[in-house]
Design a protein around this ligand. Structure first.
Ligand SMILES: CC(C)(COP(=O)(O)OP(=O)(O)OC[C@H]1O[C@@H](n2cnc3c(N)ncnc32)[C@H](O)[C@@H]1OP(=O)(O)O)[C@@H](O)C(=O)NCCC(=O)NCCS
Length: 192
């Protein structure tokens, strides 16, 4: 049976944003590259756009997009986030269609100038509604480093429960280990 996540629309609209699935083509890689090429890599230390830093060429970005497609091939979805037609971010999430019915929000990043507007929360709210009412999820999970203060704040403000902290279980691209915060929200806790 096809995972229901594969039947989600190619474009999902929120109040202020549009989430679009983009094919990994050179043209789209240039679009994403142009959006992030002047970003400060330190702003993306906790969740780099590419393996170690922001991609330095369109070719590197294309490879990254292909890798993201590969990660989401069987049970995931990738959406690029647009505000007034300008690309400002990205999200990948997965649906585990087993007895746990879990949607895992795996990656989110916004360009620095888009931080502080509630855009991550707005897309997260939309994905929650999709998870619980379209996909039939019972639970949503998220993770972040204890050092990623902005991310932890954003997840908490979306009403997620901190299940616990797994010590030294994450590894940054520079091989430094970090403590991972595990968050969840159950359908019974979901407020429309
Ligand atoms: C993590 C990340 C996506 C969070 O972005 P964000 O804009 O801080 O998150 P939110 O969408 O939750 O927005 C919250 C902020 O918007 C403000 N805001 C403005 N308008 C708002 C609105 N309409 N609704 C909600 N919040 C609003 C809030 O006051 C808050 O600002 P503050 O943190 O300065 O107090 C961003 O920091 C990022 O891209 N970081 C780099 C990549 C990364 O680390 N990703 C996560 C890895 S786990």
């Amino acid at each position: 049976m096809i995972n229901p996540i594969k039947k989600l629309p190619k474009v999902i609209k929120t109040k202020r944003l549009e989430m679009r699935q983009l094919n990994a083509t050179s043209e789209n890689a240039k679009l994403v590259f142009d959006a992030v090429k002047n970003e400060n890599p330190t702003d993306f230390y906790f969740n780099p756009i590419a393996k170690n830093t922001v991609p330095k060429t369109v070719k590197e970005m294309l490879k990254k997009m292909q890798q993201e497609d590969e990660y989401s091939k069987s049970n995931g979805a990738n959406y690029y986030i647009f505000h007034t037609d300008k690309l400002i971010g990205y999200r990948r999430f997965h649906f585990f269609d087993d007895a746990t019915k879990t949607l895992q929000m795996s990656i989110v990043w916004l360009t620095r100038s888009a931080w502080g507007n509630g855009f991550a929360k707005e897309t997260s709210d939309k994905i929650e509604a999709i998870a619980f009412y379209t996909l039939g999820a019972n639970r949503i999970t998220r993770q972040c480093s204890t050092e990623n203060v902005r991310s932890a704040k954003s997840i908490k403000s979306s009403g997620f429960h901190l299940d616990g902290i797994s010590r030294q279980s994450g590894v940054y691209p520079d091989n430094k280990v970090y403590d991972v915060m595990f968050w969840s929200k159950l359908k019974s806790e979901y407020k429309k």
